[in-house]
Design a protein. Structure first.
Length: 277
């Protein structure tokens, strides 16, 4: 199947967004760069592919880079979504099948990191390496008040206070960001999907662990974290480094929070490119 508006590689760099169907469900994605090495970017809970706005083009200088709005997010389908991690991982693998991509380096942020690990566990032949940025699934602790607050916030002020927890520099939460997310949350099907996803990520106040199979597989892993992360503690990166041995590299950046790929884009891009080289 040829995705909408794309028939050859020459068009990839000139299109901001593309759309295709995965199992009859509409998906928005970006496809940048060229080459045999393919990097797949998976955003976090309540996010979309624009969370990678400062990373896509830099990574595409050396690799073909794909990013999608996961089901229930952005401009992708909002209903008929399996909100389990295995369901999300299966959807991502089918997305790659649609694009005839057989193997990828997967970079996941927050919930996207958990989906990336699930994909590596379910389809090890598909995942060549993992980049885990402030990832879910590496330890028990998580700010469940943030997840609940994001889902329940109804006003600009309520949502702004929640979103400020994502950044070390709270001034980065502007009115446009708040309004865009309020409009997203009002779309039919979004609240139900977010509630189901939060239940998948957290059980009895703790995260689902996904590390054992990854450590056992020996797959190369780069863990990146913002030292001031208020959603998932930086100690998870440090603990995973000790458990993962020589297959795991860890980079921790000061003056950055949960959205470290935005607050420290240059440093994160450099770390990812060095890891992928």
């Amino acid at each position: 199947m040829i995705p909408d508006s794309e028939e050859n590689g020459e068009k990839r760099d000139t299109l901001q967004y593309l759309f295709t169907e995965v199992g009859g469900l509409r998906v928005r994605y970006a496809d940048r760069g060229f080459g045999d090495s393919v990097v797949l970017l998976l955003h976090g809970f309540g996010g979309d592919l624009d969370n990678w706005m400062f990373n896509l083009d830099s990574l595409a200088e050396k690799h073909r880079v794909l990013a999608l709005d996961l089901p229930g997010h952005g401009q992708s389908v909002k209903t008929n979504v399996d909100p389990s991690l295995s369901g999300m991982a299966t959807f991502v693998r089918k997305f790659l099948d649609v694009l005839s991509v057989s193997s990828v380096h997967v970079v996941g942020h927050s919930m996207g990191g958990a989906i990336a690990m699930q994909l590596a566990s379910d389809s090890p032949e598909t995942v060549k390496s993992l980049g885990l940025i402030c990832s879910a699934g590496l330890g028990p602790d998580i700010n469940s008040d943030y997840l609940r607050g994001f889902v329940e916030a109804q006003s600009q002020q309520e949502l702004k206070l929640v979103l400020q927890q994502l950044f070390a520099d709270e001034s980065l939460v502007n009115l446009q960001l708040v309004n865009d997310l309020l409009n997203y949350k009002r779309i039919d099907g979004v609240e139900a999907t977010l509630n189901a996803l939060s239940e998948t990520l957290i059980s009895a106040g703790e995260q689902t662990f996904l590390t054992d199979n990854i450590v056992a597989s020996g797959i190369p892993v780069l863990v990146i974290w913002g030292k001031q992360d208020r959603i998932i503690p930086v100690s998870h990166a440090q603990n995973y480094s000790a458990a993962g041995g020589s297959c795991v590299e860890v980079e921790i950046f000061d003056s950055a929070g949960h959205m470290v790929q935005m607050e420290k884009a240059y440093d994160v891009n450099r770390s990812l490119l060095n890891f992928l080289a």
